[in-house]
Write a protein that binds this ligand. Structure first.
Ligand SMILES: Nc1ncnc2c1ncn2[C@@H]1O[C@H](COP(=O)(O)OP(=O)(O)OP(=O)(O)O)[C@@H](O)[C@H]1O
Ligand SMILES: [Mg+2]
Length: 498
């Protein structure tokens, strides 16, 4: 039987201070169905790339298996899907039945092979790429977050599909998905990497037991950390108020006023607050290193403006959007104050298109029906894709948000500080998502449009988001395929179907 032996492997990216992996030792059997879990940025994707031999590390990885990675890069998306398949797999025409068999198991219509790859829905693309991965029966598949962007039905189909396979590593933050498909877990923790037999739930039970022991031993440390977090939150609220006050003055003050003076004073105060906050953060970091594997995170908060709100924010009546042969199903709904309205429906039905139309963003659709919006709303839009570029500071300044506030929110989301000056393009997928999320949290707003906020985010961050929405009850339009989130926060569900 084949194995993968990881012996004494250490690795870091160039600009990192510490090793991402430090003398890692693991033995994996080729028949295992492994779930690779861990918080964003812990090195899950990196570990798969090391197995593929794409990164230079010290130590050795011994294996005679053929590794295949999802998601593959599709260089030319304008090609017909069948040609994309041939390009990636090097299959000859007479062997194309192999892909047809896999597509069939994934419940994908064979006709997509004759369609341009770029015109496939996100769910179809995922399934085609997975089908390609499994045409070599003897291979060992490395599957990096297949569930993002998949609707509930799609997740179920992919889960069933993987259940029928053997010998793979899958990365996912979706607990119920993992529970169905895996029989072993590799967990990348704060201070080590461990392997467990069982599914996600089994892992979680053992993990919590282990944590309790550690926590009992280090109770005082945890108390200290919570107290420091509280100080940080207080300070941040205070500096946020000062900032808001400063902005109000700048916008509304018509009388004579020495703006220069207020500006300098506020800047000084901000600087002081920043120094103090840095001190608190260093203290938290220092104490955290003493707690080996426990994750300690402060609650997050939306910069939600509650004052003078209308009762009705958005009213959509008999809305249909058309472009060529795409037609969104007719919908009517209202977004009332403090309601979270969830748009739910399968991939490709037009949820994002409806969002963009309400937001008045340009797109080639003709509209039937009406959209009415209250006046003077401050809207924060979290887009579905990770499209951001540049440093966090640049992104914040572009949106006129205080970078300090964004940093402070990122810290609460478990973001390491050394990343603050990195360009977003160099970050892991989850870290990028956190930057987008932190920008939306920090922006002062009274209406939120959040399009699949949970994609790429780790389990702890998901929980933080759910708790923040439950606590603050912001007015929000929400799209997500995560059933837990929708059930936990939505006041109204708008179901879309053809
Ligand atoms: N090309 C790169 N150059 C520099 N640093 C990188 C690069 N790719 C990843 N990193 C950093 O290495 C760490 C591990 O990244 P990796 O993508 O492996 O994390 P991950 O566990 O897959 O996270 P996620 O859950 O967000 O996908 C992160 O801190 C990330 O910022
Ligand atoms: Mg990753």
């Amino acid at each position: 039987m084949g194995t993968i032996q990881i012996e004494n492997v250490s690795f870091k990216y160039d600009q990192m201070m510490d090793n991402l992996f430090d003398s890692l030792n693991l033995k994996i059997d080729e028949s295992w169905k492994l779930g690779l879990i861990g918080r964003n940025g812990r090195g899950k994707t990196t570990l798969l790339k090391m197995l593929l031999g794409q990164l230079k590390y010290s130590g050795q990885i011994v294996s005679n298996l053929n590794f295949y990675y999802y998601p593959q890069t599709v260089v030319n998306k304008d090609l017909l899907t069948v040609d994309v398949v041939k390009e990636i797999t090097q299959l000859e025409d007479y062997d194309l039945w192999k892909i047809e068999v896999e597509l069939d198991k994934l419940k994908v219509d064979q006709n997509v092979l004759q369609q341009q790859f770029s015109t496939l829905s996100p769910g179809e693309r995922t399934k085609v790429l997975l089908a390609i991965l499994f045409i070599d029966e003897s291979g060992f598949q490395l599957i990096d977050e297949p569930t993002n962007h998949l609707d509930i039905e799609g997740r179920q189909i992919v889960a069933e599909y993987l259940k029928s396979k053997k010998g793979f590593i899958v990365i996912s933050h979706d607990k119920s998905f993992l529970n169905q498909v895996i029989d072993h877990v590799i967990s990348i923790n704060r201070s080590d990497v461990s392997v467990y037999k069982g599914n996600f739930d089994t892992w979680q039970t053992q993990w919590e037991l282990q944590n309790q022991t550690e926590a009992a031993e280090k109770e005082q440390l945890q108390k200290d950390i919570s107290r420091l977090h509280e100080t940080a939150v207080k300070r941040e609220n205070w500096s946020r108020q000062t900032e808001a006050h400063k902005n109000r003055k700048q916008y509304h003050e018509k009388v004579h006023l020495d703006k220069g003076f207020i500006g300098t004073k506020a800047a000084k105060m901000m600087k002081k607050a920043k120094t103090a906050e840095n001190r608190v953060n260093s203290a938290i970091d220092e104490k955290k290193t003493l707690l080996k594997n426990i994750e300690v995170e402060a609650p997050i908060q939306l910069n939600y403006e509650k004052k003078n709100h209308p009762d009705l924010f958005v009213q959509v009546e008999n809305l249909t959007l058309r472009h060529n042969d795409i037609v969104t199903p007719e919908v009517s709904f209202e977004v009332k104050r403090n309601h979270v309205v969830a748009l739910v429906g399968p991939n490709g039905i037009g949820k994002t298109t409806i969002f963009r139309q309400i937001l008045g963003l340009s797109q080639p659709f003709t509209q039937e029906g009406s959209i009415r919006m209250a006046n003077n709303l401050k809207i924060s839009y979290l887009r579905q894709d990770n499209e951001l570029e540049g440093t966090i500071r640049q992104l914040a300044e572009r949106k006129q948000i205080s970078p300090e506030l964004v940093f402070s929110n990122l810290r609460k989301l478990g973001f390491e500080r050394y990343l603050f000056d990195q360009p977003v393009e160099k970050m892991s997928q989850g870290q990028r998502r956190k930057v987008a999320l932190a920008l939306s949290l920090s922006e002062s707003a009274n209406l939120y449009f959040w399009d699949e906020p949970l994609n790429y985010l780790d389990v702890i961050t998901r929980q933080q988001i759910i708790e923040a929405i439950q606590k603050q009850r912001p007015t929000m339009l929400l799209i997500d395929h995560d059933q837990d989130l929708i059930d936990a926060v939505s006041s109204v569900k708008v179901k879309l179907h053809h």
